[in-house]
Design a binder for this molecule. Structure first.
Ligand code: 13P
Ligand code: SF4
Length: 381
């Protein structure tokens, strides 16, 4: 079968409403068929927090760092369908369409996010205007040429571009310590956004004290709610942002598990608050969480503090181990969950028909500067 040539962007030949009533079995069969028709032209990337029925269709899966590497290495494909959230698809667009790739390939890799409502509430906690305003205010008190801006990858492309322009870098949960080390080799202080917890947990392990890490509240009237002295004494200025999923894990959950199961091991994501992170046996990215469980001996007991879909999948895949969810309440990422089989099938069947729905394309100037910070990230591991 010859596929129709791809139109630049479109509302779709087939409306999403047609897909909503279909059963998962039918959607899965049609997705498989669409993948077969598109062959190597289609690359489906999936983050570990995706639902089981969705991640099953991913060609490759990973944490944010690995997914960035995979997008950067994507040579054969024409389209990336990103089963994850908006900032991940933006990052894929920037990395897959680097100037040297574009000139070699002669055409763009088009990136689709199956549901545009799949954002990240943490990324939304820092807007570029707020970051620029904070930078200006910081510059009134300390030498901004000696501040290295570090943005967590969970942020809009504009913040990554800001870091690229100001000698900064992007970090992920898997290379945050190496990135902070990189930053301190280049400056005397770090401005870390948008996740205060990842910034604090990582810096504490490097020996930086809480008193040296003021929190910048973008809604405070002046200096992010800090005194000039606190900023002058700072090593890391932490943005007041958090993940609404990971902040649900509390230190008392750890204590309750330890009381109930004395030999339990606590495994958490570094987006959890400091009080939880400090009590954990292991803290790491979603991939580190997976490999830690994979490598453990049968009979190991775990209480895991990260998104529910990943913990439930680990439970199913490792019946030889005893796996618990760390919180008594459901903590799931509502935006990751937006990607369902209906949206995936809709995206793929429209591609087969030559129509690209929900295109993610970062503008040229933002892309150019964000790439500087992303390439630094990929070099630091
Ligand atoms: P990872 O990079 O560890 O997969 O984390 C991404 C994320 O959004 C965690 O909430
Ligand atoms: Fe964003 Fe938290 Fe969801 Fe990760 S789990 S994508 S940080 S809202």
């Amino acid at each position: 079968m010859t596929l129709a040539p791809l139109l630049p962007s479109s509302p779709g030949k087939f409306p999403i409403a047609d897909y909503k009533p279909l059963s998962n079995e039918e959607l899965a069969a049609r997705i498989r068929k669409g993948r077969q028709l598109l062959g190597k032209r289609l690359l489906i990337l999936g983050h570990h927090y995706q639902q089981d029925e969705v991640i099953e269709h991913a060609d490759l899966r990973g944490d944010s760092y690995q997914l960035s590497q995979l997008a950067a290495a994507s040579d054969d494909c024409r389209y990336i369908v990103f089963c994850g959230v908006h900032f991940m698809a933006e990052t894929a667009d920037i990395l897959a369409n680097r100037p040297e790739k574009l000139s070699r390939r002669g055409m763009r890799v088009e990136v689709n996010l199956p549901d545009m409502a799949a954002g990240c509430s943490m990324a939304d906690m820092a807007a570029i205007r707020q970051v620029e305003d904070a930078w200006e205010q910081l510059g009134d008190v300390v030498d901004s040429r000696r501040i290295v801006p570090v943005t967590y990858i969970n942020s809009a492309a504009s913040l990554k571009a800001f870091c690229g322009k100001h000698g900064g870098i992007v970090c992920t949960s898997s290379n945050a310590a190496a990135v902070l080390k990189w930053a301190f080799e280049r400056g005397e202080r770090v401005f870390f956004f948008p996740d205060q917890h990842l910034g604090r947990n990582t810096a504490l392990r490097m020996g930086i004290r809480n008193e040296q890490m003021p929190v910048w509240d973008p809604f405070a009237d002046n200096m992010g709610g800090n005194t000039d002295q606190a900023i002058a004494d700072s090593r890391v200025v932490l943005w007041k942002g958090h993940c609404s999923v990971h902040q649900m894990f509390r230190p008392e959950h750890v204590t309750q598990f330890r009381d109930r199961i004395p030999d339990v091991k606590i495994l958490v994501h570094p987006e959890c608050p400091q009080e939880v992170n400090d009590l954990a046996d292991v803290s790491g990215s979603t991939s580190k969480i997976i490999t830690t469980v994979e490598q453990a001996s049968p009979g190991t007991k775990w209480a895991i503090g990260t998104e529910l879909h990943l913990v439930n999948r680990l439970k199913q895949q490792h019946p030889e181990q005893e796996i618990h969810f760390l919180s008594p309440v459901v903590c799931m990422c509502a935006t990751m969950y937006r990607i369902d089989l209906a949206h995936l099938c809709w995206s793929i069947e429209n591609l087969v028909a030559g129509e690209l729905v929900n295109r993610i394309e970062v503008d040229g100037d933002t892309s150019h500067h964000a790439l500087v910070a992303l390439e630094r990230m990929l070099e630091v591991k």
